[in-house]
Design a protein around this ligand. Structure first.
Ligand code: 13P
Ligand code: ZN
Length: 263
């Protein structure tokens, strides 16, 4: 199924990132989810399409995204399948005018991800901020999730500082670091709320003992943030597996990066 060139480009980017998640080993079975605000890519054919579902409650009232359209990975769908057949494994939804329900408007009745409350809450915030951010991603990176099992790394900004100090690019390309949301039931409204609270300060949030989510202008940039952090985690873990604690860059070196990159 092809809708239009603009939407096709966004869907191809989503498929590209879904493939990366699978290749990285971050997307076992149906693990992880992607949503992108595609309101600007919707043409009249889609806008006037009759929904193929009833109105389904989101569980939250999200006034900023009323009437907007989103592409969402389907619940229980595999990233590796989303990569090859995005429209069979994803759903296009429209938020109803009450901001509390959505309808599926795609051709196939694919139910959106179980993490929809968190994703739509993130989109609601992105629209409120007016930064032009359009994408949200949640994935299960092995290294970062492993680190979330150590309470020391769950203290505010401990993990950000450690990861920044592993390689200069992390400081430069993930300038806000990573926020921490305490363990909550996957798909729950409480997980959505604690994620939103962290987004006041960060663009990437660790979901303790579960995964990581990130927001960005598009899905490639949201993915890049997690990829950069995961690289730093890999360096740390590789040094530890060689039986030494990595020195890390000094505070002065990190400060220099902050000034040069105007972070
Ligand atoms: P979905 O298949 O519903 O997207 O769930 C995957 C997941 O990672 C839940 O946290
Ligand atoms: Zn998950």
């Amino acid at each position: 199924m092809y809708y239009n060139d603009k939407l096709d480009k966004v869907i191809n980017e989503i498929a590209e990132v879904a493939g990366y998640l699978w290749e990285k080993g971050w997307a076992e079975r149906n693990g992880g989810n992607i949503t992108v605000n595609i309101t600007n890519e919707i043409d009249d054919t889609l806008r006037t399409k009759t929904p193929i579902s009833d109105r389904i409650a989101i569980g939250e009232v999200l006034p900023n995204i009323k009437g907007m359209f989103f592409f969402c990975k389907g619940t229980n769908k595999r990233m590796r399948d989303l990569a090859r057949h995005p429209l069979d494994n994803g759903s296009i939804i429209r938020i109803c005018n009450d901001g509390a329900h959505y309808e599926i408007i795609a051709d196939k009745p694919v139910k959106p991800t179980s993490e929809l409350p968190a994703h739509l809450s993130m989109h609601n915030l992105m629209v409120e901020r007016g930064t032009g951010y359009k994408a949200a991603i949640h994935t299960h990176p092995i290294d970062l999730v492993a680190m979330s099992h150590n309470p020391v790394f769950l203290e505010k900004d401990v993990l950000s500082k450690l990861l920044w100090s592993m390689i200069p690019e992390t400081r430069a390309f993930c300038p806000k670091g990573i926020g921490i949301a305490s363990y909550e039931l996957p798909g729950s409204l409480t997980l959505a709320k604690s994620t939103i609270a962290q987004l006041n300060e960060y663009d990437v949030v660790m979901w303790e003992k579960h995964g990581v989510c990130a927001i960005g202008p598009d899905i490639l940039e949201a993915f890049d943030q997690i990829d950069v952090l995961s690289k730093a985690a890999q360096i740390y873990l590789t040094a530890r597996s060689m039986q030494f604690i990595p020195t890390g860059m000094s505070d002065e070196q990190l400060q220099e990066l902050k000034e040069v990159f105007k972070l």
